[in-house]
Design a protein around this ligand. Sequence first.
Ligand SMILES: [Zn+2]
Length: 203
Amino acid sequence: MIKRPIVFATAVCLVTLFTMVFQPMPAVNAQTLDRIEANRAIFHQNFDEWIGIRKDGRAQAVLPPKDPEKVVYLTFDDGPDPKWTPLILDVLARYQAGATFFMIGYNAVSHPEVVREIASRGQTISVHGFNHVDLSGVGYTYFYNEVHDTELAIVEAFQGNPELIKQFGRCFRPPYGKKSDLLYANAEAMGYEVSMWNIDTQD
Ligand SMILES: [Zn+2]
């Protein structure tokens, strides 16, 4: 059993040490994008039932802490990234620490094997939008597509391992931290909670 202060210190160090360096968007297979579009048409009506997301499914980042005074929630945005994500996963495993990975759908489509690896290591996956654009001023349809396409990209990565869907939490981190009443309303309409941050590592 690791003592709480050590866990706390370790978590703070993890936040400080690890950077998710922004990578240029890789090319995504056009066939994959076509498949996502087709899936959206098919599963638009019953997506929740299809992938088995619990209505109350929540990412680690918004779960109530057992001790509010001594809890750090680690979150990593903008991945998955084939170079950095495995390094982060190794360190989290070393300290038996949990984290939430807020994914860009475009990157999830490009690196499905990394999506699977995150989930199979017991970490939580949530949504950061498909194209990493400011969604604070967009209408519901635009917002829905950004979130839903990211969900599809993640689910697509789990094909063959459907049990991994339990690692998906319905939580949304706004790109660039740009939030608004409209964004909160759109997220709520999709059954999402919005997760911000209170420490930015400036990486
Ligand atoms: Zn971001």
